[in-house]
Design a protein around this ligand. Structure first.
Ligand SMILES: [Zn+2]
Length: 326
């Protein structure tokens, strides 16, 4: 068996460009300035950088990095690909300190790269609902880390944009609430919310789960009302020592959601240690990405790398909170 790390695009800059170009431009080279397809040529000459093209239409030069998370970064593309490979394949994450040592970049650069990779891991646009007829979607909430301030949350879903203000929290005092939806044998979608209350949780469930699904939760009263809108609402009574219940031959539990939280918490405690509240949603996107591209779903390393690379496009401009080139 060949080491996954021996792939040429992880070591050779020209190969890295070819590899990224083939995936970002599957239907012809697109000029990021004017949008024209396949009307450009490679700039040749001793002083020319790898991967620079000139658009014959608008006359401007460009590389495949323009308009992606790699834009305006001085880090070599093959180093970026190494970082992405490591991040995508490390189940509990990979810290900026580890990246700095392994990749030979400074800590600030490593931190910036990590956040940009998380951005590539985050879904873009609206996603189809989880579940469906005959499928089970587990919902669960947990708390992680201390609440900071000030707060800013999305009006529609209640999901966090920035750290919340003090004094508006329920649940365990001063802890950050997280809600996850896990389709059994499928994908997870996880949210950092201002408060894990009935309205916020119901909105997230309604917006993300197909009504024909069976909803499985613990006995929390958070899910009572929204649960009625689904094909079935199965609840397990953890406080009574009940973790799986069988009804009509079907198992009712939320073990998949708990397993998700278990990996997340081990990663946050063992690898990341410190995470500002305003960045928490980015870490959740990272753990969601790995959960949703895991081997158990039949996703191999190449497909996972391709999925991650598909996420690098169009993210550059939306990335404002840490907007400093690495
Ligand atoms: Zn152009």
């Amino acid at each position: 068996m060949t080491s996954a790390l021996s792939a040429k695009h992880l070591h050779d800059e020209a190969a890295a460009y070819r590899w990224v170009e083939a995936r970002v431009w599957p239907n012809g080279r697109v000029c990021p300035h004017c949008g024209v397809v396949d009307d450009s040529g490679a700039l040749k000459g001793k002083s020319t950088r790898i991967g620079v093209y000139k658009c014959y239409s608008c006359r401007k030069p460009f590389t495949v990095k323009v308009g992606t998370i790699f834009e305006s970064s001085h880090v070599k593309l093959h180093i970026w690909l190494q970082a992405m490979h490591i991040m995508a394949s490390s189940k509990k994450g990979f810290s900026s300190n580890q990246f700095a040592r392994v990749l030979g970049v400074d800590l600030k650069t490593a931190w910036f790269m990590s956040h940009r990779i998380r951005l590539a891991m985050a879904p873009s646009g609206s996603l189809p609902p989880l579940g469906g007829e005959g499928k089970v979607v587990e919902v669960d909430e947990t708390y992680h880390g201390k609440v900071e301030h000030p707060a800013e949350f999305r009006k529609d879903t209640g999901a966090a944009l920035k750290a919340p203000r003090r004094g508006r929290h329920r649940g365990p005092a001063n802890k950050r609430p997280i809600v996850t939806l896990v389709e059994r044998g499928g994908s997870a979608r996880t949210f950092h919310v201002a408060e894990a209350n009935v309205a916020t949780v119901a909105k997230i469930v309604r917006d993300n789960v197909d009504r024909k699904s069976k909803l499985h939760t613990d006995a929390s009263s958070l899910y009572l009302t929204v649960g009625k809108e689904f094909a079935e609402h199965g609840r397990v009574e953890h406080s009574m020592g009940e973790y799986v219940r069988y009804e009509g031959g079907a198992a009712i539990h939320n073990n998949s959601a708990e397993a998700y939280f278990s990996v997340f918490k081990r990663g946050m405690k063992g690898v990341y240690q410190h995470c500002k509240e305003k960045h928490l949603h980015r870490y959740l996107a990272e753990f969601d990405f790995r959960h949703n591209t895991r081997v158990g779903l039949g996703v191999d390393d190449t497909t996972r790398a391709d999925k991650l690379l598909a996420g690098v496009v169009g993210k550059r401009l939306t990335y404002q909170t840490t907007d400093r080139p690495a």
